[in-house]
Design a protein around this ligand. Structure first.
Ligand code: ADP
Ligand code: MG
Length: 612
């Protein structure tokens, strides 16, 4: 087949795939349009996870009749006029592509009326065909209805997840925008049931309470950067003159920690963005305040001169590029650190600005096991040589001059042991309260205590599930827990799998559930915290997609239940752990598929010491 320019309708569908990946992407674009239209009230309704129906209704400026058909033309926008405007975008939309893309992969109906116009305009487009336009009755504002998303792109349809999962993603989008725009009233209705709403009174606290539960919101600390004209910000970065960012929002009290980073939420000029470095800035701001492997909650808006941020770098506008990333990193870290310290009774911590390098070693250490499911974690992080430097081998390396540990030599994947075998080992000790040092017949082993325990628990649980004899712990008093709509969606969709591993849950009403029993292995945990950790991890999708849901839940429960880094183990405990690990069917990997141990062979030792 020779090279051809795609027919415009085919090209449109492909391009649509970039912005319109799933129902939640449609909701994101439509909600952004409604916000850009100056709405005070935005109502989102979905059916069947948005696959059957998505409707977004706003009371914004509406589109005049003569302009309405243009809204569906590609690259047609009212928000930019020249290329220079791209350097100072102040609206959420700017590419003029969303409506065209959405219309090409769905059945779309638009009813819109500016206040000053007596009648509304109705436009109907099926799969990108030419619009049918007619006058209609309708309130001031805009109602867009998307039916049967992807009905004409079966390849995309196939990749959509269960209704509850898609609804969960939509909930996330709506609730995040509700946090960014507390003066807008947001309502979300899912399959005819109201699942989320804010009152639009302009109070961020109230929006927080709606999104995270009142209980959680009460434990949040206000964050506000106090030094807008900070000299250091302007002059130390070497990245050119930029005006100072203004950071504002809420950060959770250290007691509110979570198992994942997904509740560290950022907005830049009220645009929801994802940024790994900024999440890390927040995590670092809690340095020494949180248990190892736990993450804070934060909701922060960074107000910047629009000229200092490029919003046109990502297909779904989910990431931005800062002119002065380092300055922003510092500003975020400092504002959060000060808030956390001001609210903390722990004495002895100074509030001087922390720089990334102050923490890097420490945090590299923690990540070894705790960042397990962090979305940006890559296989590279598991390189054993890094593990070695985490253990303090770094110092030896420096003092010994050019002594270097080669990745290949330490690569556990390359170790000649079959994955189902584990040699008999003698426990020597524990280092960094994280790794067990052991001697085997063929070398020195370092065993990750958390990963090893995960493997043991996982096999225990799998065994119990086979015989339907999962050990559960009945609570004497049922515990009430308030779940976010996203978490409740997981409970509804995966109730059976949760029961299978030992949870007994009952809907009490609203977003409140009663926990009657917990998996026995979580018996020591705070029931509400344990449940929400498990749900957060399920919702995050950090576990490989190929796994069955019930298996994922089992993995998550085991992860939650296993001993963590930072826990001192006695010799007897370590020996017992190794004994149990030996009996598992795959002792050398944890259920997530990562190594539980790495080896330094005798030959390698001899070589490094110059004996051979
Ligand atoms: P963009 O938002 O990038 O401009 P879209 O394709 O999302 O592109 O929308 C095209 C145009 O349609 C917008 O520039 C705006 O003028 C108009 N529009 C879309 N949605 C609304 C709405 N809810 N209220 C008013 N105008 C809207
Ligand atoms: Mg738009």
């Amino acid at each position: 087949m020779g090279i051809k320019v795609l027919a415009p309708d085919v090209a449109a569908k492909i391009a649509a795939g970039e912005v319109v990946e799933r129902p939640a992407s449609v909701v994101k674009e439509l909600v952004e349009n409604a916000i850009d239209a100056g709405s005070r009230s935005i109502r989102v309704e979905i059916q069947q996870g948005g696959k059957r129906l998505i409707q977004v209704m706003d009371d914004g400026c509406g589109i005049p009749t003569d302009e309405a058909p243009l809204a569906f033309a590609r690259h047609a926008t009212s928000k930019l006029s020249s290329i220079n405007d791209l350097n100072r975008v102040t609206t959420l939309g700017f590419r003029g592509e969303a409506l065209a893309s959405i219309a090409s992969v769905s059945r779309l109906t638009l009813v819109t009326r500016p206040k000053a116009q007596a009648t509304a305009t109705r436009i109907r487009i099926e799969g990108g065909t030419s619009p049918e336009i007619s006058p209609a009755g309708g309130p001031a504002g805009t109602i867009i209805t998307i039916e049967n998303l992807f009905y004409n792109v079966p390849a995309r349809l196939k990749f959509l997840k269960a209704d509850a999962t898609e609804a969960g993603h939509i909930h996330r989008i709506v609730s995040h925008y509700a946090l960014a725009y507390p003066h807008i009233r947001f309502t979300l209705q899912n399959d005819k049931r109201s699942t989320f709403q804010t009152n639009g009174n302009g109070e961020l606290f109230d929006a927080l309470a709606a999104v995270l539960s009142t209980e959680t919101a009460r434990q949040m600390i206000p964050v506000i950067s106090d030094d807008v004209s900070d000299e250091r910000y302007n002059h130390t970065s070497g990245e050119g003159q930029t005006s100072a960012p203004f950071v504002q929002g809420y950060a959770g009290a250290p007691s509110l920690h979570r198992g994942l980073r997904d509740q560290i939420i950022f907005f830049v000029n009220k645009r929801w963005i994802q940024d790994r470095a900024l999440s890390q800035a927040v995590v670092q701001a809690y340095h020494t305040f949180l248990p190892v492997g736990r993450y804070p909650i934060a909701v922060l808006n960074i107000e910047l001169d629009p000229a200092d941020v490029d919003v046109n770098v990502h297909p779904t506008k989910a990431e931005v590029k800062f002119q002065n990333p380092r300055g922003i990193f510092k500003a975020v870290q400092k504002a959060v650190r000060e808030a956390v310290i001001s609210a903390s009774p722990v004495p002895g911590y100074s509030s001087t600005t922390f720089t990334p390098s102050d923490f890097s070693t420490e945090f590299a250490g923690n990540r070894g096991h705790a960042g397990d499911t962090a979305p940006w974690r890559t296989m590279g992080d598991h390189r054993p040589s890094q593990a070695f430097s985490q253990l303090g081998f770094e110092a030896q390396r420096t003092s010994a001059g050019d002594l270097s540990f080669d990745h290949g030599e330490f690569n556990p994947m390359a170790a000649p042991l079959p994955s189902t075998d584990m040699p008999i080992m003698r426990v020597v000790g524990q280092i960094q309260q994280m790794y067990i040092v052991a001697e085997g017949p063929d070398g020195l082993y370092l065993v990750d205590q958390h990963a090893a325990h995960e493997r043991i628990l996982y096999e225990k649980l799998t065994e119990q599930k086979k015989t339907a004899a999962v050990a559960r712990q009945q609570l004497l008093e049922p515990v009430m827990v308030e779940l976010t709509a996203g978490q409740a969606a997981v409970v509804e969709a995966e109730g059976e799998a949760l029961t299978e591993v030992g949870f007994e849950l009952e809907l009490f009403g609203g977003g409140t559930y009663r926990i009657r029993a917990l998996p026995e292995m979580l018996g020591q945990a705070d029931p509400g915290q344990a449940l929400s950790d498990v749900l957060a991890e399920m919702a995050d999708g950090a576990i490989p997609l190929a796994r069955e849901t019930h298996e994922k839940i089992a993995i998550t429960v085991c992860k939650r239940a296993s001993i963590k880094g930072g826990q001192v183990l006695s010799q007897a405990e370590m020996r017992e752990l190794m004994r149990q690990l030996e009996q598992t069917s795959a002792p050398r990997t944890c259920p997530h598929g990562r190594p539980t141990m790495i080896r330094l062979s005798m030959a390698q030792l001899a070589k490094e010491f110059g004996r051979i």
